[in-house]
Design a protein around this ligand. Sequence first.
Ligand SMILES: N[C@@H](CCC(=O)N[C@@H](CS)C(=O)NCC(=O)O)C(=O)O
Length: 203
Amino acid sequence: MKLITSYTSPFGRKVRIVLAEKRIEYQLIEDNTLSYESGVSILNPLGKVPILLLDDGRTLYDSSVIVDFLDHSSPAGKLIPSDHRQAISIKRREALADGISDAAVLIRQEQMRPPPLQSTEWITHQQAKIERGLEHIANELEGQKWWGGDLFSLADVALGCTLAYLDFRLPALDWQKRHPNLRRFYSKLEERPSFTETAPPMI
Ligand SMILES: N[C@@H](CCC(=O)N[C@@H](CS)C(=O)NCC(=O)O)C(=O)O
């Protein structure tokens, strides 16, 4: 199978970590969606990565569909519980972490526009989602080994990618100072080879 993504996408990284945790072989094809040469919109009408190309010809997106598919395709290193109620609770956490990444990506895109065209209101609106989301997660994490309870899960993978992306693209947010339990959680994740091997390039 082939994974089309950029090395900096938090959503692409989530998929790469799931592939590594489950020890699934794949080929990575790098695509910068903002380049004229990107062929991504032929595969995904939304023009977004990650996209998974299966050997049987199927094309999958977005990242939450891809990781669900991957987790069900092999019993090794299960990241989504088989009990439906528990699975939904993990997927709700994944959606919250991904939503924070969405807000961070939108801020990043806004900051790439010429300064006179940037909207401070828009950036503040997105920042508020990030702040509320992190506050909510920090409360849920309190007293827990992992975000979803005792077991490492997809929720932890998604949150790790989100926190790393905030550090990478919006370091001024300084979430580590305001949320010491998220900082401790993040340090624990950084010990996992799946995280170190997929860190975004320092550009
Ligand atoms: N909900 C999507 C979000 C994917 C996404 O926003 N990808 C960004 C890269 S981080 C992208 O491809 N953006 C290009 C664009 O919006 O045109 C997922 O989880 O896969």
